[in-house]
Design a protein around this ligand. Sequence first.
Ligand SMILES: Nc1nc2c(ncn2[C@@H]2O[C@H](COP(=O)(O)OP(=O)(O)O)[C@@H](O)[C@H]2O)c(=O)[nH]1
Ligand SMILES: [Mg+2]
Length: 218
Amino acid sequence: MIRLEQQLLAGNQELAEENRAWLAQRDILALNLLSSPGAGKTTLLERTIRDLGHDLTIQVIEGDQATDRDARRIAALGCRAVQINTGSGCHLDAGMVRRGLERLDPSSGAVVLIENVGNLVCPALFDLGEQAKVVVCSVTKGEDKPIKYPHMFRAASLLLLSKIDLLPHVDFNLDEFRGFVAEVNPRLPVMPLSARGGEGLAAWYGWLHAQRTHEVRA
Ligand SMILES: Nc1nc2c(ncn2[C@@H]2O[C@H](COP(=O)(O)OP(=O)(O)O)[C@@H](O)[C@H]2O)c(=O)[nH]1
Ligand SMILES: [Mg+2]
């Protein structure tokens, strides 16, 4: 079992490096968005496209086990999007993303946002060739997810704490959450935000622009 898993991950890593080179040649920034189901990834993508779409060419790869609902939500904004369905699979892998990129055919200089299958476990293991993993955690899910699913929080470069407009209505202790994050990954920045009300979005947009600049210079 362990050898099979090692072979699988080594094969994925090779494809991920090919994706990374392919993206770099085209000067494309790709980010991998991860969360449990329903944390608000697609809503955040919609809002980001509405707010930054005039400035950045944003294109999207959507991953779900079934349906093209999310890709249709993105396409409704006039943004290019492709849906990947994983069937019984619980994560996107680099081969799926390569085929997704071929279908998407992103423009040079674009930002490709990849919404992974909703799952805090398996997607952490699979490099897709992205520049960075962004984990989204919602205030409705409790403070303890970072210590329960530490691999995801160690693999991520940024944590977006979503739905903070709901803080007055849920039992969620922000200080305790920050403490749990620091326990598993002290270098992980935490940005609380609401895609609904707009609070905190400026920090996320600033981070996105900084990644873009870094990618261009790299
Ligand atoms: N109150 C509130 N609800 C949100 C926010 N973002 C998303 N939602 C809701 O959360 C649910 C799941 O959102 P969705 O974007 O589909 O999550 P995904 O599965 O991570 O893509 C939907 O009912 C959204 O309307 C937010 O900032 N505030
Ligand atoms: Mg979604």
